[in-house]
Design a protein around this ligand. Structure first.
Ligand code: GLY
Ligand code: MN
Length: 462
């Protein structure tokens, strides 16, 4: 955990921003896999972690805005728990670690909530996302499950987004640690990228590296020769010469901060000329937009810059045609780059996505576009010092999408469909790093991970 003052200060800022009422943060419970006592790896709720820091199930945190006090609720372990799980800290001691003066039992939580609601006080909760959490809240509040959402507080969401968006030195340190582990994962995958190995062997080896460093993976490993499928969790293929592997994977630290890195490498360790041409367009979109990433710019501008570099490169190869600015304005590049340039990163891979993406990535004036491709941009708003975001452009040849656009004669003034169809067996390429917005620009977090054609090929043969 961070020093207890960190959590105390975060809650104080939150209470000041929310103004009145009682804020309730339910921690997560264990989640059963195939029978009750056989559980998935426990993952604490990220908001609970941010404000109370305790990575254990069965807890609730409350911040009484009017009284200026915070309470950690939970029950001490019984002897039978201790027999199976060893000695456990008492809730009172956990509260102390989180800088909260008060702790109480789960029974007291029900009574305290009832009293607050009877007194007409406002209760603020975040959007619940687990079924058991909704059922528990329904029991605590004495209302039907469908009514629980009526306590979701926009004031609370906006305040939490404001606080969690700007990372402090402790958090940046954690994310950098997660990037270091991801570096080992990615170079290991590259070195295993030879014909005869199975995707599952690479995926298993790198997930093992994340686990061996004390955390796990913050999202299921994406690793496939079918890189044109953006989030491919299927690892059943044997690696074949002539194909490329897209590996999108990160590590989570013991404190649950994560990294999110993507590299693409050629099976066998040597890019073909055709692969190199596309790879270098993606790399240019990645490196040039990072150079242009700074406070005050909107990430939508930076995304569109990447889109132009991609469209320009594809026009150079004869896959697209026409005027670059007009093609990007029409969204023609999105046939090959159908997703956003990046998202916030922190305790969640898509940081705070559970609070509502538009609260995180957009404002009242910078609203999400409805255009295909641009609509998937999670982060469009102005960048601020302390934001951590990903930069992850890609070029993909998605056979079904190309065929459908061609049949619809969609934007045919900007796309040479005959040429595009000669790439239907190509797959995809994505390159991703994690970026901190600094006072004057930005920097890539962590030790550089091989990225140029030469660096990737050299790593594969080292
Ligand atoms: N790494 C998964 C994603 O960015 O969506
Ligand atoms: Mn990402």
């Amino acid at each position: 955990m961070f020093p207890k003052e960190v959590y105390w200060q975060r809650r104080k800022l939150l209470r000041d921003m929310v103004g009145e009422g009682v804020i309730l943060f339910p921690g997560n419970e264990e989640s059963s896999m195939n029978y009750k006592d056989n559980t998935y790896r426990f993952r604490q709720d990220s908001n609970f972690l941010y404000f109370f820091g305790i990575d254990k199930p069965g807890l609730y945190g409350s911040c009484d805005v009017d009284e200026g006090e915070d309470i950690l609720y939970g029950d001490d372990f019984t002897m039978s728990d201790i027999i199976w799980m060893g000695e456990q800290p008492r809730v009172k001691d956990l509260a102390g670690k989180a800088g909260a003066k008060n702790s109480a039992t789960s029974e007291a939580l029900a009574a305290d909530l009832k009293r607050a609601l009877q007194a007409g006080r406002q209760l603020h909760i975040m959007p619940p996302y687990r079924g058991d959490q909704i059922i528990a809240l329904s029991g605590l509040l004495g209302i039907a499950c469908e009514k629980v959402s009526s306590y979701i507080s926009e004031e609370l969401i906006r305040a939490v987004v404001k606080l969690r968006s700007v990372k402090d030195v402790h958090e940046i340190g954690e994310i950098e640690k997660a990037v270091e582990v991801a570096g080992i994962m990615h170079t290991t995958a590259m070195k295993m990228g030879f014909p005869g190995n199975y995707e599952s062997e690479l995926a298993g080896a790198i997930e093992g590296i994340a686990l061996s460093h004390g955390g796990g993976v913050p999202f299921p490993v994406i690793l496939s020769m079918n890189g044109q499928i953006l989030h491919n969790h299927d690892h059943g293929n044997e690696l074949e010469e002539g194909r490329m592997v897209v590996c999108d994977a990160g590590a989570e630290t013991a404190m649950c901060y994560g990294s999110d890195i993507t590299r693409t490498f050629p099976v066998g360790g040597k890019f073909s000329n055709r692969q190199k041409e596309i790879y270098n367009i993606v790399l240019k979109a990645h490196t040039e937009t990072i150079r242009e990433t700074s406070p005050g710019k909107t990430y939508r501008e930076v995304h569109l810059m990447a889109a132009k570099i991609i469209a320009e490169g594809l026009i150079g190869l004869g896959i697209m045609k026409g005027d670059v600015d007009e093609a990007v304005a029409a969204g023609a590049h999105a046939l090959f780059f159908p997703h956003g340039l990046g998202h916030m990163l922190g305790l969640d891979t898509h940081d705070m996505e559970g609070l509502g993406e538009d609260f995180v990535g957009y404002t009242d004036t910078i609203v999400r576009s409805e255009q295909f491709g641009l609509a998937y941009l999670r982060m469009g708003k102005e960048l601020e010092k302390g934001f951590v975001i990903t930069n992850e452009p890609g070029i993909y040849f998605i056979p079904d999408l190309i065929k459908q656009w061609k049949a619809d004669r969609k934007l045919e003034q900007f796309i040479d469909y005959a040429k595009a169809e000669s790439y239907l067996d190509f797959g995809g390429i994505r390159i991703e790093d994690d970026i901190l917005i600094t006072a004057s620009g930005s920097r890539i977090l962590g030790t550089p991970i091989p990225k140029t054609v030469e660096e990737v090929e050299e790593t594969m043969h080292s």
